[in-house]
Write a protein that binds this ligand. Structure first.
Ligand SMILES: [Zn+2]
Length: 99
């Protein structure tokens, strides 16, 4: 987690939507960001996907603002459940492997 707070420490590279923690995780875990998905229930959870070359899927929850859902529909993807998001990823991965 990001140990900073903008009001106390100023901006940092690891607080969402900044990509810092994803880049660190990719380095430490050997992740291929181009084959990675960011999934969350708020826009800030998935916003870094474009900058990272990854893909984002919003799974709205009761507190997800409608404008964030609309933005994700336009710019990334929206799934009804985490299971649906996982199913899409598996489907996309299977289709990519067939090519
Ligand atoms: Zn931070």
């Amino acid at each position: 987690m990001c140990p900073h707070h903008p009001d106390a420490t100023g901006a940092c590279e690891c607080r969402k939507p900044a990509p810092g923690m994803y880049v660190t995780a990719a380095g430490e875990l050997g992740l291929d960001l181009a084959r990675s998905y960011l999934i969350g229930n708020r826009w800030n959870d998935i916003a870094a996907a474009a900058e990272l070359g990854a893909r984002g899927i919003l799974v709205p929850a009761s507190g997800t603002p409608p404008e964030e859902i609309a933005r994700a529909e336009a710019e990334m993807a929206v799934a009804g459940t985490l299971g649906e998001a996982a199913g899409r990823i598996v489907g996309l991965t299977a289709r990519a492997a067939e090519r």
